[in-house]
Design a protein. Structure first.
Length: 268
């Protein structure tokens, strides 16, 4: 049993999705969270979660898309979506001060940073209001993200830091706020410096796995698309780096996800 804590199943055409889910189950994936990037993709994820017993959904507006809403983000629509029964988190939300991969915009622009922060804060408040954990996107922004989590009291709901990349100090800061870490394909690339040490610093009971499918394929996949069934290879790479038993790490990926997102088990 393995859990894919973070993917984007709405990105697959329906015919393709059937194969993707069959392949995922064939390698032992028993639980998946499909994550929204705006209202449309969040609704798409909910539709899949409603149809598939092993899929749950998260609802949110991604920091890459915030500049598309000059008159403010659609918070009422997000709230309405978040009330749907198979929604287990608010995400993916956060800050990206590095690079918008969709538009090529750099977030070194302070005006774009300000817009992202205001959208992030509104969605953190929504998460508190609905008592839902959050799924965080944080790139070159851990300091601001952890400060805002503290300011908004989000430690009461917790959640996951998606495709986590950072230092052991960042790990310690998020642990203090009650967060877990989802590790993805970045463990299959050469260490840019210090990263593998960070992977080893994540507490075993806070470690989750993600495919981020269809994005970010592992090194040498030979394809521009990833899939949830890549998770076995990614998990084995994580286990090798940490000196963990792969099957134990896979079992932990399920237990830890259920603890991080308690509504998977129906808790309100
Ligand atoms: Zn994602």
């Amino acid at each position: 049993m393995i859990a894919d804590a973070h993917n984007h199943l709405d990105k697959y055409a329906p015919v393709e999705l059937a194969t993707v889910l069959t392949d995922a189950r064939a390698v032992g994936i028993e639980l998946m969270v499909t994550v929204g990037m705006d209202c449309e993709t969040s609704a798409g994820g909910i539709a899949i979660a409603d149809a598939e017993d092993d899929v749950y959904a998260a609802v949110g507006l991604h920091p890459w898309l915030v500049q598309d809403y000059p008159d403010g983000i659609p918070i009422d629509e997000l709230r309405a979506l978040a009330w749907r029964p198979n929604v287990v988190a608010i995400g993916e939300i956060g800050l990206d001060f590095y690079l918008n991969k969709f538009t090529g915009l750099s977030y070194e622009d302070p005006e774009l940073q300000r817009k992202q922060e205001s959208a992030f804060r509104a969605q953190l408040q929504l998460a508190r209001e609905l008592e839902l954990p959050v799924i965080l996107h944080s790139k070159s922004a851990h300091e601001t993200v952890t400060r805002m989590l503290g300011e908004e009291g989000v430690d009461s709901v917790g959640g996951c830091v998606q495709f986590f990349e950072g230092t052991p100090d960042d790990v310690a800061r998020y642990v203090e706020l009650g967060f877990t870490f989802t590790l993805g394909s970045s463990v299959t690339f050469p260490d840019p410096g210090g990263w593998f040490e960070t992977v080893r610093s994540v507490p075993t009971d806070r470690l989750l796995l993600e495919s981020d499918a269809p994005y970010l394929p592992y090194a040498d996949k030979g394809s521009s698309q990833s899939a949830p069934d890549d998770l076995r290879l990614i998990g084995e790479a994580v286990a090798r780096l940490r000196g963990d038993e792969p099957e134990q790490l896979f079992a932990g990926s399920v237990e830890n996800l259920r603890r991080a997102l308690p509504r998977i088990d129906g808790a309100r």
